[in-house]
Design a protein around this ligand. Sequence first.
Ligand code: 4AD
Ligand code: MG
Length: 461
Amino acid sequence: LTTIREIFRNREKYLDKEVCVGGWVRSIRDSKTFGFIVLNDGTFFDTLQVVYHDEMENFAEVSRMNVGAAIIVKGTLVPTPAAKQPFEIQATEISVEGASAPDYPLQKKRHSMEYLRTISHLRPRTNTFQAVFRVRSLIAYAIHKFFQERDFVYVHTPLITGSDCEGAGEMFQVTTMDLANIPMTEDGKVDFSQDFFHKATNLTVSGQLNGETYAQAFRNIYTFGPTFRAENSNTTRHAAEFWMIEPEIAFADLKDDMMLAESMLKYIIRYVLEHAPQEMNFFHSFIDKGLLERLDNVVNSDFAHVTYTEAIDILSKNNDKFEYKVSWGCDLQTEHERYLTEEVFKRPVFVTDYPKEIKAFYMKLNEDGKTVAAVDCLVPGIGEIIGGSQREDDYEKLVKRMEELGLDREDYDFYLDLRKYGSTRHAGFGLGFERCVMYLTGMSNIRDVIPFPRTVNNCEL
Ligand code: 4AD
Ligand code: MG
């Protein structure tokens, strides 16, 4: 079997020759003596038309086929200069590898995204999801390529952990205890000493703390793996299970961190535009008009920079436009983030130096004693795509902050050790992989950029 991608790529080699391809029927129509099949084999965004005639001995069987059937076609690839597609296969043989039942849920019409979410096992056969998941795969590759070309070490951080990196308490607990019969201590607390790990554990919300330890040995590292958050937010941008990329760089500050983030995003965009032109044109035409101009603009201009305090100034002057009114000290909501990036700056923007109260314990305290060296990168259409910071590298300050927040020292001993033994300035960030896929494809719901989404109230398949 050859692939449709190979045929399109090296068409001269195959024109007027015999080819053999296997794929799934997107549509089929026939008259008494001949018929047309639109075939997709998943290797290429464009489909291949197959023409067949009643000389074929199983003409009746083929004509009876339903959309969705898996077939193998043998025939000659002939040019079709007058048609929309550059060539077609004149079939000599079609074997039905797997018939498809007449109630195949993907008929040749436009289905809503909501409906397609109910058939996440079949939606990868539609052109929209062919495009989304090929691009998702390419973005993952581009990210590895970006970091590997810069000699970053890829670190596999654990998924089961005893810490809550972000301190938001939004964790899925991990236990082997019988929930109907939970052992309790004498003072009425859950007795985790009888649990598998002899302590309370949870799925990780971030690989950062472990990542930092490797940055203090390799200088530049990155993680790329699943993270889990039991956030009760039913939005188009939150998933309970999502992937995160977390680089961590030693001997580096917040400026270095932002430079890295900006060049990474630009690199990924360029890579995908170059390697998935059909898919990107499709998104531009059918999913998000103007996508290509927007991305082009991102690649060719500098990101904007604004401090949190400046951002609050801008936003509070426009409070009449917001559901949640802003004032210094409040966390930015999506509506504020989108206003900044879509209305004020009209490009990606780094917001820095947030109040320490609304950020995680590990961020470096600024000299004002009120703000921390944090950065969020906001992009049009989405809002926050990256969250990062320079880390607190001073042992005393870090201990003080942990005490203020009531963190359990025992769980973070290893983390404090880093500040005892050769502490360096260091910084890092987390890129939400799904949000990055949304940004590059123009898809507007996180449920549509992850193959089997897990969100509040939904864990199908
Ligand atoms: O801003 P966050 O919470 O930062 C961290 O976890 C840091 N430890 C990162 C670091 O400095 N190494 O999350 C980082 C990014 C967000 O900007 C967002 O893109 C994504 O992760 N994210 C989510 N994506 C989908 N669903 C969710 N529930 C998400 N929560 C965060
Ligand atoms: Mg964040």
